[in-house]
Design a binder for this molecule. Sequence first.
Ligand code: HEC
Length: 116
Amino acid sequence: MKKLGLAIIGLIGMIGCVSNKAARVELPSMMSDSLKKVTMEQCNKGMALFVENCSSCHGDSSKKKQTIPDFSPEQLSNYEFRFANKKHEEQLSEAQLTQDELVQIITFLTYKKKNK
Ligand code: HEC
């Protein structure tokens, strides 16, 4: 019983840490816990990558807090978007961003909480 208590306290502590700096995402409740964990990791990496690689062009810096745009599923489902725009071709080539990194960014953008 004591061990369980400690485990719960530990878990709450961990959730606290994660939600602090973690990507603000909403995962479907039907997703299994193990898939949630993996997806959350992807999202956290994806958010950092987005800030690094995309925010300079996609972000509203007129507001105090930088907002990350809501892209539609159609815009994100198309892997071709690397080349959807001439600016992308120049700045998002495989040399700058690996396919894995791009998938992490797309995962994050797919599950990120919508802007109000
Ligand atoms: C050098 C500037 C620049 C950078 C960096 C950039 N984009 Fe774009 N992106 C554009 C422009 C310009 C467009 C076309 C106009 C628009 O939709 O805003 C565009 C369009 C898009 C679209 C819409 C495509 C469609 O089918 O309508 C998506 C999604 C997108 N960008 C995602 C990203 C992601 C993710 C990154 C980072 C990996 C990124 N962009 C980095 C300039 C940029």
